[in-house]
Design a protein around this ligand. Structure first.
Ligand code: SAH
Ligand code: F3S
Length: 481
């Protein structure tokens, strides 16, 4: 692989990996969660072995792939609109073939080919290795659909081609699928049952990144704390494993400890943590290693125990509070973030107040908040009435967003006057005289460039802030370099 530096539309430089001798052009774009962005890098790698290099220019692409999201109706509408735009691009580039990947592909299957004439190929999240065969079908004018979900596919043997990379931070996926069956969520249906990737292949991918100059890795999974390697296979089949397999099993705390110990100058993050699977052993490993960022994305979805039960989340409001108390006790400087859903079926004003009061209790640094969107096939869609009026969902959402913004402002301000460690990721969007990066707690920090370079860890004294960004001045290199 050869590295090519290109500028994107915002004028920021991106590292593109190209395989010499490849002549076909792939345009690939991703919507939705980080896992989709990470999966697209796996797909780009599979296609690099089929003669494709990526391009930033869709009009010259031989193959256009869109990695889709089904999490809310709006996410699907965004993809549909994008497919409409492809229709007009096809007038300029008549030879281009279009493939749909990801959760919408899995959910809609061959229906996609009927509903969207522009689509030539439909590939679910576990079938990416079949793309070379599917492309042959497309060339021969046949329908090309593979949406088979797998028991053991983790793509552990595929070395991702980094896309849209800043050359400093990267994602490494460690688990696939989800077994939690939250009643509102389409993910268990579109991504299948949960399985973990072999630790050795995770460590090798991190080593590759390290050798290529990367400085930060985010370990990815729908539910990382549930990670469990016992020789392969589904998480739910662990009970059937042999005594030997059980004795040598690796859980998330152990994996994190292994990675942080083996690569002491690489910074680690992880996402997402489901409260029911987040054990104190993980918090203790975080506290032990300077190079594990002090930030946990800990979605709760609602502050009402009754609604949590309806959602099939396996904990109460009080248990969540206890977990948060323990986290703050072990790592006082931690930052926490939430996902919240407003207007879940049967949510009352009282339940909504419980959500607001839980937020006040936890004091989240960040939040990702959504109005409930009914997803076909989920238990909530089948068994519960979507009975909270749209305007009530929206009003509650606004209240949750407003409160989050107020808390974020207070949380960001806590860094004023402190010196924080920042990994330089890119030029600031507002000024090319400033660098932008994040501190351990995931807050964005901007500061004058001085002689510092992208990919360096710098100590920055914070002098000012907005609600979400810290502003400061570099006072020297940190020990992480
Ligand atoms: N694995 C993560 C969540 C993945 S989905 C977890 O452990 O919680 C990302 C977020 O989208 C969810 O946390 C939830 O807040 C939101 N979401 C999922 N399904 C939704 C729906 N039907 N309506 C609205 N928001 C939804
Ligand atoms: Fe979805 Fe719940 Fe899993 S939100 S991804 S089913 S943890």
């Amino acid at each position: 692989m050869k590295k090519v530096i290109e500028e994107n539309k915002q004028g920021q430089s991106l590292v593109l990996e190209q395989k010499e001798g490849n002549t076909k052009k792939l345009f690939i774009e991703s919507y939705g969660c980080q896992m989709n962005f990470s999966d697209s890098e796996i797909v780009a790698s599979i296609l690099a072995n089929q003669g494709f290099n990526t391009t930033q220019n869709i009009e010259e692409a031989d193959l256009v792939l869109v990695n889709t999201c089904s999490i809310r109706d709006k996410a699907e509408q965004t993809v549909r609109k994008r497919l409409e735009q492809y229709n007009s691009i096809k007038k300029i580039n008549p030879g281009m073939k279009v493939g749909v990947l990801g959760c919408m592909a899995e959910r809609l299957k061959s229906k996609f080919l009927e509903e969207e004439k522009i689509v030539d190929m439909v590939v679910g999240p576990d079938a990416y290795k079949d793309i070379p065969n599917l492309l042959k079908e497309v060339d021969e004018g046949r329908d090309a659909v593979n949406v088979i979900l797998s028991k053991d596919e983790t793509y552990g043997d595929v070395a991702p081609v980094r896309l849209n990379s800043n050359g400093v931070t990267a994602f490494v996926s460690i688990t696939r699928g989800c077994d939690n069956m939250c009643t509102f969520c389409v993910v268990p249906f579109t991504r299948g049952r949960e399985r973990s990737r072999e630790p050795q292949s995770i460590m090798e991918e991190i080593k590759q990144l390290w050798d290529n100059g990367y400085k930060e890795v985010t370990l990815l999974g729908q539910n990382v704390d549930s990670y469990l390697w016992y020789g392969g296979g589904l998480k739910k089949d662990y009970e059937k494993a042999s005594e030997m397999q059980k004795a040598t099993a690796v859980d998330f705390a152990q994996l994190l400890d292994m990675a942080a110990t083996a690569f002491p100058k690489m910074r680690f993050r992880f996402s997402t943590s489901n409260p029911q699977d987040m054990h104190l052993s993980v918090i203790e490993v975080m506290a032990k290693h300077h190079n594990i960022c002090k930030y946990i994305h800990l979605p709760v979805q609602s502050g009402s125990t009754r609604i949590l039960k309806e959602m099939n989340r396996q904990h109460t409001r009080e248990e969540y509070m206890e977990l948060v108390d323990n986290i703050y006790r072990i790592i006082p400087e931690i930052s926490l973030s939430q996902d919240m859903i407003t207007g879940f079926p049967s949510e009352t004003e009282e339940d909504h107040k419980d959500t607001l009061s839980l937020m006040e209790y936890v004091k989240y640094d960040f939040g990702y908040m959504f109005a409930y969107s009914e997803r076909p096939g989920t238990l909530a869609a089948r068994k519960m009435e979507d009975d909270v009026p749209e305007e009530v969902k929206k009003r509650r959402l606004q209240e949750v967003v407003d409160l989050q913004q107020k808390m974020a402002w207070e949380r960001t301000r806590r860094f004023l006057g402190q010196v924080v460690e920042v990994l330089i990721e890119k030029e600031s969007k507002r000024s090319n005289a400033h660098w932008s990066g994040r501190n351990s707690q995931n807050t964005t920090v901007v500061f004058p460039k001085g002689d510092y370079k992208k990919g360096e860890f710098v100590n920055v004294k914070i002098t000012d802030c907005t609600s979400a960004t810290l502003i400061g001045e570099a006072v020297g290199y940190s020990d992480m370099n």
